[in-house]
Design a protein around this ligand. Sequence first.
Ligand code: ATP
Ligand code: MG
Length: 564
Amino acid sequence: MSVETSVGDFVADVVRADNAAGTYSGRVQTRFPPEPNGYLHIGHAKAITADFGIAEQFGGICKLRFDDTNPDTEDVEYVESIIKDIGWLGFTPHSVCYASDYFEKLYEWAENLIEKGLAYVDEQDAETISAQRGGYGNRGIESPFRDRPIEESLALFRQMRAGEFEDGSKVLRAKIDMQSENMQLRDPVMYRIRKLAHHRTGTVWSIYPTYDWAHGQSDAIEGVTHSMCTLEFVAHRPLYEWYLSQLDLPFEKPQQLEFARLELTHTVTSKRKLLKLITDQIVTGWDDPRMPTLSGLRRRGFPAAAIRAFCTHIGVNKTNARHSIEELEAFVRAELNRVSQRRMAVLRPLKLVITNWPQNADGTPVVEYFEVMNNPEDAGAGTRSVPFAGVLYIEQDDFAEIPPPKFFRLSVGREVRLRGAYFISAHDVVKDAAGNVVEVQASYDPATRGGDAPDGRKVKSTMHWVSAAHAVDAQVFLYDRLFSTEVPGEASGDPLDDLNPASVECLENCKVEPALVDTALGEVVQFERLGYFAREENPDVTDLVFHRTLGLRDEWANIKKRTQ
Ligand code: ATP
Ligand code: MG
């Protein structure tokens, strides 16, 4: 798999040109500006990689700025999770800032605009204002309050701040151009009244700035040079520049650069839609392993390094496109193949009794230990001892009483290899009252110790196993796509219509090799032949619980072949 080396692309070109022209005296400063109204998702990983990556590439700095201008939906839980997830992803903000730290300065600047005759208090309701704004090709209608005296707006704005008016009764609007072809410039709202406690400023403020009024000005206060956002803000750029050009700035004017959002097949990346999955109890929370949130992906076992590599690979571009989720998964498999330890685990156990297995003098069964490599991709990962005895568990799937065509695993009369141990051949089965096979009886060939026959005879299948006497119980969650369609909601408009009803399966009676008890919380191991599995990261869960990260098959390779 080719991994491109730079996130740079067009943003890097802009920075190089600015450096060559001396625009910011060679300074490069970016910010990652989440609104703390949800957990970060895979889309944010692209923005984070771009914001931090550009700063790093040019020896600059990147700050984390919470765009906390909306007390209705924001919460400290989100602030904390965002800080944690950025750190987990492998980035260190130069510092953590909050737009709410600038409320006073923004207020002062707003008064400056009123004094210059560039902003006014409008007393119409939101609906009227919206209707008057018109639309593309339609004329805008000027508010009857647009030309009110400056002193009147100033006095009203101060009363708005003092909390003297009801929510929604007044707004402060910039006075730009009600006939502009750009709707964003048709006297945009700068402040609204909202009497609700804010998670940082409490009840100090009764008015809150809008995104557009807060964003560029926060960039300017911090000294941001290159302010990256997603493409839907292209139309906001003239407004971003208009505000900045009216103010007395402490630094050079920052510039807004827009790049494409990251969208993945079978995935929604909108905090509002993700929150709906939680409130509708379709998933268990923001960190449900089926969620595309960074906390969900982490719990599922996606390594941060793989997510970073994927984001670097796709780069920063200007065309919206949906990437295949399988492509991200290919990065996850490549990383896990390199770093994860191998273990044996049986998810749906079937008892296998070796009828010619020897006994010790005291009548107890002999126990042998096989020394097995932890990771054939990494000799440094060492080896471990795996116990083997006469009663084992194998997968139910690996035995067929009547083998269908092309089934090469175990059946009566057939010889197979138990991985790293012996050749065995089955000779009998034991059934329960309902006729289900509950035990397979086999004999082993002592000459095949280590897994090869000295006479060179071959078997068609190698199977994993665990020793029944040494096995440890585990609970394993298997996951499938949360949405069955590639573009959730494409047909009906509602992604919930495309939910996969079988996106999780819990297996309660898995039998795993004893070394798995020592797996660190959150660590990912490869269960031989089955896939990658992440141990539950929550320390309150004392049982052995694993989440299947992914199966082993590289689906991306097949998709690429099909589409070439
Ligand atoms: P959402 O619609 O999920 O609420 P948002 O854009 O409102 O997303 P913010 O918290 O405001 O979320 O975003 C912080 C930063 O991350 C912004 O710069 C935003 O452009 C970027 N971002 C958000 N979603 C994506 C995405 N899917 N792909 C790339 N960047 C994204
Ligand atoms: Mg938002």
